[in-house]
Design a protein around this ligand. Structure first.
Ligand code: GDP
Ligand code: MG
Length: 583
């Protein structure tokens, strides 16, 4: 049933793997895709991933820096997989604890783990228990404890209220008994558990021997289901703050000094000191604060939650150093994740690419898109200036044929740029020209003509300005997708304001979706990069940078920081992260 199972170190060394019988395809591709698009990109909040026909589930072991991945056909619903992967993790850790601790995973020789038999045993157990579970639900009414109850006991425990109701239910139950239909018993069972609580046996109410979550050590399947229904809500997890006080005054002093530096968000000291492995509960309150902090910095709410989940997954089980607190550990992990997200995954070197296009005697084409008023035209002009300063010639294609004044706005920029770089200094040739056909015409057609013109006239770069459009406007989105599909620009830049909050996600998702839906090829052209504008107006609320890069996985190529030609920057990821972390 399983296609494969593999255990590898975070450094990428495969420690052990299993391939299902009859599975011929290598699992390297899917696992690499998982690593590339989930684990390396801080998207590990969720523990499943699909790759073509395969479903992959994974688990991070942060203490030993291991990753467990199982793959199976997407069409199968294997209910036992989550538990199975947990079991394998625990078993593998238990069995090789010493090796993992002493040598460190990296030093171990590849595939040196004799784990096949254990794996097969655990797999068999998991499959059998999943079968058994499905049998358990098929229990008939007579077999159930409920059938042992008398109507009287039901009425008594209700304290005399609703005497009629249970009686009515009873009638229904007798009908069911005749049908032997097991399904509708569930809600009734629940009710029955309540009666148990009020019943004569006080043993039922004694939870002292049970775990915090209501489960009982060594309890069987039925018992577990039973307890689930009775013991609600589970007892609260005790707050974790004791060790700070219990250790020596010196440590308390150290920590409180450190905490001062964290400021509001991380100032809370619910953390622990000492070597212990982190649990989700330890982190919960810090994570919640962190989420709120990110939202306050203008990171989209969804993304904040996903990031916090990812950080939690990354830290769960990690053993903390002696002098660390939960807050500082979480803070560090978040900081690393943010840097990772902002770090470009792909090189965008426009100047180099323009030179390459030059050598092929064709213009390099960049299309700008985005919603209304975000600064497409203004930043297009700034980019023109930057290209001209770098010795290239630019043709601006006025494809915003919709907004009144759009063409004149570009004309003004063209004049100004030409006066800054007069043709006399460039062999009598204007460094920038405008290609325009007025208003109301088909933008895709104008772009195409402009590109052909640029090729003939040997312009180095064509910058295509487009009309702003709301992401929900289907006809306009289709038109944009067509413009891109027909003209195949070298670069599609999405222009977005740094002021945008939750809206950023919706904009980018829908722009990308439209490009994908209307693409004419198998590999659709999506957004390749982002121009983040109005960065000068947001103080330290720099969250949009995170939302946009997280959603697209694409780099922020330019940052607009004002309204003059010089106000164009590249993103300083470290500075953005430190602004984000600042309380
Ligand atoms: N402060 C600031 N204003 C900007 C920036 N980029 C554009 N703007 C302003 O935003 C407004 C809309 O710009 P425009 O280029 O016409 O937007 P478009 O509709 O997307 O083409 C104009 O007033 C610009 O001056 C920027 O980086 N900083
Ligand atoms: Mg414009």
């Amino acid at each position: 049933m399983l296609d494969f199972f593999t255990i590898f170190s975070k450094g990428g060394i495969v420690l052990w793997c299993f391939q299902g019988a009859g599975v011929t395809e290598s699992f390297t591709g899917p696992v690499n895709a998982l690593i590339r698009s989930v684990i390396l990109q801080e998207r590990s909040g969720n523990n499943s991933y699909t790759h073509e026909a395969l479903s992959l589930k994974y688990k991070l072991d942060n203490e030993f820096e291991l990753i467990f991945v199982v793959g199976f056909q997407k069409i199968l619903t294997l209910t036992y997989v989550d538990k199975f992967i947990d079991d394998i993790q625990l078993h593998f850790r238990d069995r090789y604890k010493n090796d993992l601790e002493q040598k460190g995973a990296l030093k171990l020789i590849q595939n040196n783990f004799d784990f096949d038999d254990d794996f097969k045993m655990l797999l068999r157990e998991a499959e059998e228990s999943s079968k058994a579970r499905s049998h358990a639900t098929m229990r008939t009414f007579k077999e159930s404890e409920k059938s042992q109850k008398t109507v009287k006991s039901m009425i008594e425990t209700k304290g005399g209220e609703k005497v009629k109701e249970p009686g009515g239910k009873k009638n229904k139950n007798t009908k069911k008994e005749g049908n032997k239909s097991p399904k509708p018993q569930k809600p009734k069972e629940k009710q029955m558990r309540v009666w148990d609580m009020g019943g004569s046996s006080t043993k039922e109410l004694d939870y002292s021997g049970r775990n915090g979550d209501g489960s009982q050590n060594g309890g069987d399947q039925n018992q577990e289901a039973h307890i689930d229904l009775v013991c609600t809500p589970p007892p609260p997890v005790p707050p974790k703050r004791f060790l700070v006080k219990e250790t020596s005054p010196l440590i308390t002093l150290l920590i409180s000094k450190k905490a001062g530096g964290f400021g509001g968000m991380f100032g809370m000291l619910k953390g622990l000191v000492g070597s212990k492995s982190l649990t989700r509960e330890d982190m919960e309150s810090v994570l919640e604060k962190m989420r709120e902090h990110l939202i306050a910095k203008n990171v989209a709410a969804d993304i904040s939650s996903q990031l916090c989940d990812s950080v939690a997954k990354k830290l769960e089980g990690k053993v903390m150093g002696t002098f660390t607190t939960v807050a500082s550990t979480v803070k560090q992990a978040l900081q690393d994740s943010l840097v990772q997200i902002l770090q470009p995954k792909r090189r965008v070197d426009i100047l180099r690419d323009v030179m390459e296009a030059q050598s092929q005697r064709r213009p390099f084409v960049i299309t700008f898109c985005g919603v209304n008023g975000v600064g497409k035209s203004t930043n297009l002009a700034k980019i023109s200036f930057w290209l001209i300063e770098n010795g290239f010639t630019v043709l601006i294609a006025a494809c915003d044929t919709f907004r009144a004044g759009a063409v004149e706005q570009l004309r003004t920029h063209q004049r100004r740029l030409n006066s800054l770089h007069p043709p006399q200094q460039h062999g009598g040739r204007p460094v920038v020209q405008l290609y325009e056909k007025g208003y109301g015409k088909d933008a895709a057609g104008i772009a195409m003509e402009a590109i052909a013109y640029a090729r003939n006239q040997a312009f180095d770069v064509v910058l295509v300005d487009t009309a702003g459009r709301m992401q929900d406007n289907a006809p306009l989105m289709t038109a944009l997708a067509k413009l891109i599909a027909v003209n195949m620009p070298d670069l599609v830049l999405f222009v977005g304001e740094a002021l945008v909050g939750n809206e950023a996600v919706d904009q980018l998702v829908k722009f990308n979706q439209a490009l994908a839906d209307h693409s004419m090829s198998d590999k659709p052209r999506l957004i390749d990069g982002i121009v983040l504008t109005k960065f000068d107006t947001i103080d330290d609320k720099v969250g949009a940078a995170i939302s946009m890069t997280y959603i697209t996985g694409q780099p922020i190529v330019f940052v607009g920081t004002g309204q003059t030609y010089n106000d164009l920057r590249s993103l300083n990821a470290r500075a953005v992260v430190s602004a984000l972390m600042k309380a």
